[in-house]
Design a protein around this ligand. Structure first.
Ligand SMILES: Cc1cc2nc3c(=O)[nH]c(=O)nc-3n(C[C@H](O)[C@H](O)[C@H](O)COP(=O)(O)OP(=O)(O)OC[C@H]3O[C@@H](n4cnc5c(N)ncnc54)[C@H](O)[C@@H]3O)c2cc1C
Ligand SMILES: *[C@@H]1O[C@H](CO)[C@@H](O)[C@H](O)[C@H]1NC(C)=O
Ligand SMILES: *[C@@H]1O[C@H](CO)[C@@H](O)[C@H](O)[C@H]1NC(C)=O
Ligand SMILES: *[C@@H]1O[C@H](CO)[C@@H](O)[C@H](O)[C@H]1NC(C)=O
Ligand SMILES: *[C@@H]1O[C@H](CO)[C@@H](O)[C@H](O)[C@H]1NC(C)=O
Ligand SMILES: *[C@@H]1O[C@H](CO)[C@@H](O)[C@H](O)[C@H]1NC(C)=O
Ligand SMILES: *[C@@H]1O[C@H](CO)[C@@H](O)[C@H](O)[C@H]1NC(C)=O
Ligand SMILES: *[C@@H]1O[C@H](CO)[C@@H](O)[C@H](O)[C@H]1NC(C)=O
Length: 602
């Protein structure tokens, strides 16, 4: 029953795609249609953006006949596992599944056979490689005037494929690299009123997190941002909420955004902050990327850098004692409430189906406490969980656990240097994720934690399966917001569910694009949405998912991604983009459009 839903949705999308190919009212103009701009018109755009327009082919074009070029292909293959190369190259994104349209055999995979022709798929037709905000304005005006589908690509990390799109014009914000600091950022109200926000950094639309951490670290400052080299601070990251290992200390990335400079759907360069265009400012903090305008700069609060205490922990249980493993995992999730209330944050991996028959079931993770140097006090905080594990694991000979305060970093900068080493930055491949935000309330009872273990034990098993937990919210900042009641939760567009979240769980599946058939890919997507996804949703139907690390086919995405904030977000969307220039799949206002964002639904 449920399994049929996604197949139906996919075949509907295919039919709509076919309708769009013929053009028609309510559709974007596509290549080879009479409405498509002439070569001369494109050259006009090119001149207005100082020659920054490029025609695009998938970057693996030289790896396929009849254009196979051994040297060029080798060079692509060597570089294509690097995320910086993928971010800077407009002919693709980070995940190969989003460059392709496998349902129509439009693929150009890096490692598929040379004899399979290279086809454009979801790689845009042209890109404007913007170096200044006015380049973005020109591109937006051109797309609006000519009714062309727009795609905004920054780093191209998006797990939902929202930075790629067939038959589109891409605006690449990757080259907007300015970074500037201020000791006291001031916003100005309509009657000369000034509000001081303290120290801040202005971050260009394309600045990657590693670049930002380098710049703030040199000044002994820190910003709240995520754990990746190339994810863009001002892009989908902060606009979708932005979680951070520092989130339990200073809130979400979006809570730390003070101002956005945005190119609107009208092509105007506007400022959105607490004093000006405050509805847009509200929506850009959690409403999602690619939806309200093109952000050319974000201003983020900076904090003095601080030491950070790291603890590593884990359990290993021989596989014949599986029930003991799930019980110990419940102990962990229940005790996480106290640890997170004290500011503990970090990541963990659950491995319920290890690669070989002798390997144990395992949990391993890190917990960090920002601005804490009192190692003994933190160790004391961890004792009750260790005692619970000792008792639970006693039932499984050969099982063991560890919990070690292994490192006191002298700064968060030192920590980011360790987690984001300059020489290791591997990406590529395919993945489809499902996400679930799990509440502090559920895990505050042992019964709730046992229910979570029970759910996780029923997710699809396969060798190398990893379920990842992100303890990136909650802590004192969320506690303060919860105590203010709805006023605090409603201060930004972010789903209120994040303020109640103790852990964000993701479970992904991938495939080998060179081997898997479309039917096999569809079956995997179906199992993510209607298998694992359905089990996770049933746990707490009123919570939600993290829109940046979620399933693009999440049912009822409006509720899942934004909860009670959706109607207000939709009003802001309609005010700032009444004609629907900025449409991304499962984004605010996308329900009126087909899956490719090419035709309005009747
Ligand atoms: C390795 C890795 C690590 C990650 N780590 C974290 C983490 O620690 N915390 C976290 O919260 N998330 C993390 N993410 C998820 C990340 O937040 C999302 O992938 C996000 O979409 C990336 O934003 P981007 O702009 O860099 O990517 P893109 O794929 O370029 O863009 C994402 C979306 O935002 C839109 N967009 C991009 N730039 C702009 C702009 N300037 N103006 C308007 N719209 C724009 C795009 O159109 C698209 O819809 C991680 C992802 C990966 C792959
Ligand atoms: C745009 O102009 C630049 C510089 O004149 C040129 O190199 C580039 O090929 C042009 N782009 C297209 C798509 O023609
Ligand atoms: C990509 O793979 C090559 C060869 O396998 C390796 O040398 C290189 O370090 C990898 N690059 C990244 C960024 O992981
Ligand atoms: C796609 O290509 C495969 C072989 O490469 C073929 O078997 C299949 O019929 C094609 N599908 C479509 C929809 O064209
Ligand atoms: C099984 O996996 C473990 C690690 O998970 C590894 O140490 C061990 O060598 C593997 N055993 C075999 C037989 O492959
Ligand atoms: C770190 O903790 C100290 C002592 O409690 C406090 O004075 C300081 O403000 C904290 N730093 C930040 C950036 O929160
Ligand atoms: C748990 O067991 C280990 C090993 O027996 C022991 O060293 C440790 O003190 C115990 N911890 C607690 C909190 O009971
Ligand atoms: C912090 O620690 C790193 C190594 O972990 C070291 O290189 C650096 O010099 C230290 N900085 C200070 C200010 O002590």
């Amino acid at each position: 029953m449920v399994g049929g839903a996604i197949l139906l949705a996919l075949s509907t999308a295919a039919v709509l795609g076919a309708v769009a190919a013929g053009g028609g009212p309510g559709c974007r103009c596509r290549p080879r249609e009479p409405c498509w701009p002439s070569a001369q018109a494109w050259q006009g755009l090119n001149r207005s953006v100082d020659g920054a327009l490029v025609g695009l082919k998938p970057f693996s074009f030289p790896c396929h006949d009849p254009n196979f070029d051994a040297a060029a292909c080798d060079s692509v293959r060597l570089q294509s596992n690097g995320s910086i190369w993928r971010a800077s190259n407009p002919g693709g994104v980070q995940w190969e599944n989003w460059d392709a349209l496998p349902a129509e055999n439009q693929t150009c995979y890096v490692h598929s056979a040379r004899g399979i022709p290279c086809r454009q798929g979801r790689v845009p037709v042209y890109a404007v490689l913007a170096r200044r905000a006015d380049h973005v304005q020109e591109a937006v005006r051109f797309a609006a005037k000519n009714n062309i589908k727009l795609v905004i690509k920054n780093s191209g990390h998006d797990f939902l494929g929202r930075s790629a799109g067939r038959d589109s014009l891409q605006i690449s914000t990757y080259r907007l690299k300015n970074i500037a600091f201020t000791d006291n950022f001031v916003t100005k109200g309509p009657h000369g009123r000034e509000v001081s926000h303290g120290a801040a950094v202005h971050v260009g639309g394309g600045v990657g997190l590693r670049e930002l951490y380098n710049a703030v670290g040199e000044r002994n400052l820190v910003v709240v941002a995520g754990l990746s080299h190339t994810v863009a601070a001002a892009g989908g990251y902060v606009q979708g909420g932005g979680h951070s290992p520092l989130g339990a200390w200073k809130g979400m990335g979006s809570d730390n955004a003070l101002e956005f400079e945005v190119v609107s759907a009208e092509g105007k360069l506007v400022i959105a902050n607490d004093q000006q265009n405050s509805d847009l400012f509200w929506a850009l903090r959690g409403g999602g990327g690619g939806t309200f305008g093109v952000v050319t700069r974000v201003t983020l609060r900076t904090w003095p850098d601080v030491p950070i205490q790291r603890t590593v922990y884990g359990i290993e249980v021989p596989r014949q004692y599986e029930s003991v493993f799930w019980a110990a995992l419940a102990d962990f999730h229940h005790h996480l409430v106290v640890l997170n209330d004290a500011g503990g944050a970090g990541y963990y991996d659950i491995k319920p189906s290890p690669l070989n028959a002798t390997a144990p079931l395992a949990l391993s993770g890190i917990l960090q406490f920002a601005n804490r140097t009192d190692t003994a006090a933190i160790q004391a905080l961890c004792k009750p969980l260790q005692a619970a594990w000792n008792a639970t694991l006693a039932g499984a000979p050969g099982a063991w656990s560890y919990f070690v305060a292994d490192k006191l970093h002298n700064s968060t900068h030192d920590m980011f240097n360790e987690y984001l080493p300059k020489d290791r930055d591997t990406l590529g491949g395919t993945v489809i994720l499902t996400s679930r935000l799990v509440s502090r309330e559920l895990l505050s009872t042992q019964e709730g934690a046992v229910r979570l273990s029970d759910t996780l034990s029923r997710l699809k098993r396969s060798p190398s399966r990893v379920i990842t937990g992100h303890v990136v919210a909650g802590g004192p900042p969320a506690g303060a917001i919860r105590q203010q009641g709805s006023g605090g939760e409603d201060a930004t567009g972010l789903t209120p569910a994040w303020r109640r979240t103790l852990t964000h769980l993701t479970a992904g599946q991938g495939w080998d694009p060179a081997v898997a058939t479309w039917e096999e890919q569809r079956a995997i997507m179906d199992s993510v949405t209607n298998g694992d996804g359905a089990l996770l949703r049933a746990l707490e139907p009123d919570m939600g998912a993290y829109l940046n690390e979620a399933d693009v086919n999440e049912p009822n995405f409006q509720q899942a991604f934004w909860g009670s904030h959706y109607p207000r977000l939709l009003r802001v969307k309609q005010r700032w983009d009444p004609r629907g220039l900025f449409i991304v799949k499962s984004g605010v206002g996308s329900e009126g459009w087909d899956a490719d964002g090419l035709c309005r639904l009747k």
